[in-house]
Design a protein around this ligand. Structure first.
Ligand code: CP
Ligand code: NVA
Length: 312
């Protein structure tokens, strides 16, 4: 793997990143965390600028990009779509052309995956997907980093995602697990199963890495899990489906009883956050001893820094 080949690269999802490239980003993430814990001062983004375009709310992603970029001497600029012309009277293509003339890189969080892909095609600078309806690639790099901290080897470990099986986080988890040889079971009601054509697309990567990617509507499928992972039942933009989702997903809450059903006393709990405690997870689990959710949140910053160090 030639790190120089990553310069200028965008991250719109993990589909066009090789397992070696993803592993390299993970190595860089661990180095960035060590360096930050040592209190090292670098200025590796000195003289660079980053546009942070947000259509949807964010705590972790925005703060991770701003702090990772700023503490390395770069200048991040937050642009809410409530304020800029994008989405009202200027096209995505024209916005991309203009931002690309002024910024070294662009982060985008919003609804349509097409928007982030168009920004990447027209801006001429690296574009990072900070979450769309379809994917959340920077999140799952932090998730794998957290798994690496918990277990010596992540290859062959069994992660169970429990909840809404067709949201952005699950899609990105399926791709990254397929590429890195991590076994993933998506436990969800059949109405919310990942789409077969998407699973088919990931099959080749899983065959190459040896990952087993499975889907089940039975909670028995959590048996043997090394990590239980959940996310909100109602993702941003899906608020009109609140009642139906609550009804459908009520049996899939991650609680102490479900952790016991793993029959694995070392099983850890993951959540991308924000969490609705009492809905997809109980407070006893997320605030309990098995939870790694807060490490996961911190790791967003180190992994995002690594992505920018590699591509800028
Ligand atoms: N996990 C995550 O992306 O959190 P935010 O929505 O706060 O950015
Ligand atoms: N699936 C969630 C993730 C939040 C980080 C959402 O899209 O709202």
């Amino acid at each position: 793997m030639n790190p120089a080949a990553l310069k200028g690269r965008s991250l719109v999802n993990w589909k066009d990143w090789s397992p070696e490239e993803i592993r390299y980003l993970l190595e860089l993430s661990h180095l960035a965390k060590k360096s930050s814990r040592n209190g090292d001062v670098h200025h590796r983004f000195m003289g660079k600028t980053l546009a942070l375009v947000f259509e949807k709310r964010s705590t972790r992603t925005r703060c991770a990009f701003e702090t990772a970029f700023g503490e390395e001497g770069g200048h991040p600029v937050f642009l809410s779509t409530q304020d800029i012309q994008l989405g009202s009277k200027e096209s995505v293509e024209d916005t991309a052309r203009v931002l690309g003339r002024m910024f070294s890189a662009i982060e985008f969080r919003g609804y349509s995956q097409k928007t982030v892909e168009t920004l990447a095609s027209y801006s001429g600078v690296p574009v990072y997907n900070g979450l769309t309806d379809e994917y959340h690639p920077t999140q799952v790099l932090a998730d794998v980093m957290t798994l690496q901290e918990a277990f010596e080897r992540v290859e062959g470990k069994q992660v169970c995602f429990v909840g809404d099986g067709r949201n952005n986080v699950v899609h990105s988890l399926i791709i990254i697990c397929s590429k890195l040889g991590i076994n993933l079971t998506v436990v969800c009601p059949s109405q919310l199963s990942p789409r077969p054509e998407f699973l088919k697309e990931c099959e080749l990567w899983a065959n190459n890495s040896g990952a087993h990617i499975t889907v089940s509507d039975s909670l028995d499928a959590v048996r043997g899990a090394d990590a239980l992972y959940t996310d909100v039942w109602i993702s941003m933009g899906e608020e009109s489906q609140t009642d139906a989702r609550k009804e459908l997903l009520a049996p899939y809450q991650v609680n102490d009883a479900l952790l016991d059903r793993t029959e694995n006393p070392s099983c850890i709990f993951l959540h991308c956050l924000p969490a609705v405690k009492g809905q997809e997870v109980t407070a006893s689990v997320i605030d309990g001893p098995k939870s790694r959710a807060w490490d996961q949140a911190e790791n967003r910053k180190h992994t995002i820094k690594a992505i920018m160090l590699a591509t800028l």
